[in-house]
Design a protein around this ligand. Structure first.
Ligand code: AMP
Ligand code: ZN
Length: 110
């Protein structure tokens, strides 16, 4: 079972902030900032390592929608993060991008 596939299907509840036929954006259950949204493709892609010419349209669409999703959250300055693999802290093996903001983040990621 993939947690985010279950959230996308509606079998596990989430706080959705944007949805269309290709992607879902929902609030992170454990936010690290006032705005912490997860944006995932509706097609199961395990990680950034699995992005290819067939499915990269989902990634492009996510980035096309990020400004709109951020603006709806009241921010136009933010950080977008993808964790790929266990060393990078990926805990859910369904590609997703963290949209984080609403606070001074500082210039360093780590
Ligand atoms: P990552 O560590 O990059 O794989 O990010 C996974 C994220 O999913 C973490 O920030 C978790 O807080 C978040 N998360 C885990 N379960 C849920 C859930 N049921 N609803 C919303 N966010 C979740
Ligand atoms: Zn999945």
């Amino acid at each position: 079972m993939c947690l985010f596939c279950e959230i996308i299907k509606g079998n596990i509840p989430s706080t959705k902030v944007y949805e269309d036929d290709r992607i879902l954006a929902f609030k992170d259950i454990n936010p690290v900032a006032p705005v912490h949204i997860l944006i995932a493709p509706k097609e199961h892609i395990a990680s950034a390592n699995e992005i290819n010419t067939d499915n990269s349209k989902y990634v492009a669409h996510i980035f096309e929608k990020i400004p709109e999703i951020a603006k709806a959250q009241g921010i136009e300055s933010y950080r977008v993060i993808n964790n790929c693999g266990s060393d990078a802290g990926q805990t859910v093996m369904h590609l997703h991008f963290h949209l984080i903001g609403g606070v001074e983040l500082g210039e360093k990621i780590i």
